[in-house]
Design a protein around this ligand. Structure first.
Ligand SMILES: Cc1cc2nc3c(=O)[nH]c(=O)nc-3n(C[C@H](O)[C@H](O)[C@H](O)COP(=O)(O)OP(=O)(O)OC[C@H]3O[C@@H](n4cnc5c(N)ncnc54)[C@H](O)[C@@H]3O)c2cc1C
Length: 576
């Protein structure tokens, strides 16, 4: 059915890529519709940490980064086929995008976060940018509860919003953490006017702060957002140019015309088992993903492939180790927990199912996932692997969803979790037997780790030897904040999956975010950004925010390209 509806631009997906595309396109004077298949908008982006990797961002007072340093760094960390034009476009336009975002009314602040390969040339610790806490009710009471909420574990007790500083303070039980927790809870209950209308904290933090603040500007510029509206097919004219979308909404199908472009910001394919099986060397299950359940199923990619689009970098996810636990107070549901920083804490070690280490556990979570995949290929005994720790770790740190003693003492752990989700034994040998890992191998690994804890040097993988590792170590532990002897009973193990934050590859795009076909030519009228498209770094995750940074940047680039072509069309100029 053709309803006769026409917009200049139709954006598919309401996450970071879609929101930024819409904002910039509207700024450029184009009429914009965002279609979103979910009943909530904001995508994975709204649930995320909201960190953007914007090298050479120029924000803050003492930013001495330079284009040369950024290129040095990227040259040393990216491997495999990377499109240099696309990489250059990112490096040049990410700061421009951030500048525009700020000028449009979205506050941005630099965050101290070491690049993920801190020993490589050009690495720095000031390239990540975040949004300060945002008052969600600014979106209006009809909208603020319709935006996806943060990832459960980024909230205190799954309810109270925390910013990154509060999260880290509680995670590490830093001095004064109890006061921090009390303030977070007090603020929520003191907000009586909001408590009357919603359980939702009006304090939008992390990804919700970013997406909330962007949507305030998106709505101000007259962009329409239509939820529960799913892209089914792309519509083309006789010349093969994309001219619109066919969508479904509660079973009704209709088409919408896009005069100047369709932008796919529909996320990756992490919830599509078939595409995982097709693309990944070690597939893993959809439910290992920490993105919103059954959300991104690669529908943009499937629609684009039907028009002959090529794909790139599809062999990898944005890996992050995850574990699974039953959801509190919800029968028959399981919750995915990230264990990104837990795996590198002192008094612990990660082993494959042969009881052997395979990585510097404190490395960036994406590199950790890559090591899991490589070890699975080499040994067939990874994915899942095991995080093994002792009573000291248990007292202080979380292990995926198992919170530290102060929050979840032993008697509060549901009885059915033991030896199903979390394994416990009085000796390392008994633990090895329980988790079916060779006893001698695990004993040797733990004994080696205990030796490394004494010297502070991990000769196998260099755990704790760089500032990234140390950033997430325990500064009270010496000589190495990431290494402590695993020697205090009881001993524990939790299974760790090769989870993800989304997929790294997708539809092939060029430096202008145009979708490229199998012959290497752009498909007229079709663009992609964010995880719907191949990322600019190939298989690499250079720093915190390196998925949302490009998503926003290529959304911005797509909107500018569409506007330029639309202007050219109006003025009769030949598009470049
Ligand atoms: C807990 C967590 C924390 C994270 N923290 C960070 C971080 O701090 N920094 C960082 O860079 N990355 C982070 N990530 C990863 C990051 O969130 C994602 O890579 C990023 O948000 C992807 O943005 P996107 O716009 O491409 O997709 P999304 O934000 O997932 O948006 C895609 C949208 O498209 C919609 N959609 C899909 N198919 C269709 C269809 N057929 N029709 C209509 N709509 C459709 C989806 O419903 C969704 O709303 C985190 C991820 C998680 C899970």
């Amino acid at each position: 059915m053709n309803t006769g509806e026409t917009f200049d631009v139709v954006v598919v997906g309401s996450g970071a890529a879609g929101a930024m595309t819409a904002l910039r396109a509207a700024e450029n004077g184009l009429s914009v519709l965002i279609i979103e298949k979910a009943h909530k908008f904001g995508g994975t982006s709204a649930t995320s940490g909201g960190v953007m990797w914007i090298p050479n961002h120029g924000l803050g007072e003492s930013n001495e980064d330079s284009r040369e340093q950024v290129m040095d760094y990227l040259a040393s960390v990216t491997s495999g086929p990377v499109n240099p034009e696309k990489l250059n476009a990112y490096v040049d336009q990410a700061p421009e995008m951030a500048y525009y975002l700020k000028a449009s009314g979205v506050e941005l602040i630099p965050a101290a976060w070491p690049d993920y390969f801190p020993d490589k040339p050009g690495a720095r610790a000031d390239r990540s940018v975040v949004c300060p806490t945002y008052d969600g009710r600014r979106l209006g009471d009809d909208r603020y509860s319709l935006m996806r909420e943060q990832f459960n574990r980024f909230k205190l007790f799954n309810r109270y919003a925390m910013d990154l500083t509060e999260t880290f303070s509680l995670m590490m039980q830093n001095k004064g953490w109890r006061r921090v927790a009390a303030n977070v809870i007090r603020r929520y209950w003191m907000d009586r006017s909001t408590r009357k209308v919603s359980h939702r904290d009006r304090r939008f933090t992390q990804g919700a702060a970013l997406i909330g603040a962007v949507y305030e500007q998106v709505f101000k510029r007259g962009v329409q957002l239509r939820m529960e509206t799913k892209l089914e097919h792309l519509v083309i004219d006789a010349g093969g140019k994309v001219t619109g979308v066919e969508v479904s909404n509660f079973g009704r199908k209709y088409t919408i015309t896009a005069q100047h472009g369709v932008v796919l910001g529909s996320g990756g394919f992490e919830w599509n088992q078939e595409l995982r099986d097709r693309f990944y060397p070690v597939p893993g299950l959809t439910r290992y993903s920490s993105t919103p359940e059954d959300g991104n199923r690669g529908e943009g990619l499937i629609a684009a492939e039907k028009l002959g689009a090529a794909t790139e970098h599809t062999g990898e996810g944005w890996w992050i180790p995850t574990m699974t636990l039953p959801m509190p107070k919800s029968s028959n549901f399981h919750e995915i927990h990230q264990a990104a920083f837990d795996v590198g804490r002192p008094w612990s070690v990660c082993v494959n199912r042969k009881g052997v280490r395979f990585v510097d556990e404190a490395t960036g979570y994406d590199s950790f996932g890559q090591a899991m995949v490589q070890d699975q290929i080499a040994t067939g005994a990874n994915c899942p692997c095991w995080l093994v720790f002792d009573a000291k770790f248990r007292a202080k740190f979380s292990a995926g969803g198992l919170m530290p003693w102060a929050h979840t003492p032993e008697h509060k752990v549901p009885a059915d979790w033991w030896d199903h989700y979390i394994f416990r034994a009085d000796t390392i040998e008994a633990l090895a037997t329980k988790i079916k890992v060779p006893v001698d191998a695990l004993r040797t690994t733990v004994s080696n780790m205990n030796g490394y804890a004494k010297t502070g040097v991990d000769p196998e993988f260099g755990r704790g030897s760089n500032i990234y590792d140390q950033f997430f170590g325990d500064p009270t532990v010496s000589p190495n904040p990431n290494l402590g002897p695993i020697d205090k009973a009881p001993f524990y193990a939790v299974p760790i999956n090769n989870g993800d934050l989304g997929t790294k590859g997708g539809i092939k795009t060029d430096a202008r975010a145009r979708v490229i076909d199998l012959q290497g030519k752009p498909i007229a009228g079709l663009y992609a950004a964010g995880n719907a498209s191949g990322n600019p770094f190939g298989d690499c995750y250079p720093g915190a925010g390196a998925t949302i940074g490009p998503a926003m940047t290529f959304g911005y680039i797509a909107a500018n390209d569409i506007a330029e072509r639309a202007g050219n069309q109006l003025s009769g100029k030949q598009p470049s």
